[in-house]
Design a binder for this molecule. Sequence first.
Ligand code: ADP
Ligand code: GN1
Ligand code: MG
Length: 368
Amino acid sequence: MSYNISEIVSNFCIEGNIAAIVPYGSGHINDTFHVKNSDPALPGYLLQRINHYVFKNVPALMGNVQLVTNHLKGKLAQIPGSNPAREVLTIVSTRDEQSFFCDKDGHYWRMYCFLKDTKSYDMVLTEQQAYEGGKAFGKFQLLLSDLDASLLHETIPGFHNVTTRLDRLNRAVLADPKNRVKDVLSELEFVIERAGSMATIINLGKEGKLPLRIIHNDTKFNNILLDINDREQCVIDLDTVMPGYIAYDFGDAIRTIINTAAEDEEDLQKIKLSFPLFKAYTEGYLKGACSFLSDVEVKSLLMGVLLIPYIQVIRFLTDYIEGDVYYKIHFPEHNLQRTRAQLQLLKKLEEEYDVLDQIIQNIVSVPQ
Ligand code: ADP
Ligand code: GN1
Ligand code: MG
């Protein structure tokens, strides 16, 4: 898609003059641009076209982002030594004081202050990065634990609800708009075999044993910015912050940290588990989160580690069957390749379940 980006930028209250606007990041959903300032002393900006197919109610979504960022900034302001301007995203308003701009073609745009000297990693390289990421997401949940969840709009209904996801897959299979179902029968069988066991978290929730909390819901590792010393800087991509079970956030982070290969790795032999990275993330996470998690929630963490790759298999597979309408793809079979890679990851996680469980037990047995 091509847009008149300079004209769009002119609707926001920015300082200085623009030197360049370049596509940025590797997110699968929004279109992101780095707006560079010609005066290096002035801030840069991050412009995003919000994916309106994925997020049906952008005003409500931006209401969530405002609420969450204001809450986080207020909490951090009370913590000595913290820096709310760099530790929380800052929305740049439009010239008419709105948090987003809708262009003449109906595209929605928003702008954040660009956090310079930061990095997001598609793959985690060191235990320190994993540990810092864990700390960032643990702290994020902790700081939001006293925000009234009923104030948040559900930006994508049933986002990590396994029943909803299976229903949607089922509907895609029945419709089979691209005649692709015949090519994914073994993947579908894999999904169906596990449908019962993957309902544990949702059932514990229904029974009132797991509390709904405000969670991030998209904790893949590149949704954290680390600073130049690989220390936690800022949790980003707040579009899905809404109520959920904490195991979802833990599971999604581990999905992207423990895998020694890319999320869409073609060579399944390369998909292996890194126990040191798992341990480091878990230590960092529990450092922030242990103070508010119940015992049942701690026990649920590993269920999330299996559930979220399973849901990711369903989501990539559904999108493949539906004809690649949701995720950005870089080649025709991309969603199928992603499905197979996540399926392989889940197999490995199932094989090593007891080892992972022992690592968590060892961490929780040491007082934080
Ligand atoms: P998507 O929903 O498409 O994943 P993100 O909000 O995660 O979009 O942004 C895409 C990428 O842009 C991130 O992975 C990160 O590298 C970068 N990014 C996002 N926000 C900022 C920011 N405020 N400052 C610097 N980089 C950012
Ligand atoms: C998307 O937006 P991004 O790229 O950070 C997706 C996540 C998936 C992830 C898979 C809103 O995350 O749920 O887990 O791709 N975000 C949305 O890589 O659907
Ligand atoms: Mg992202």
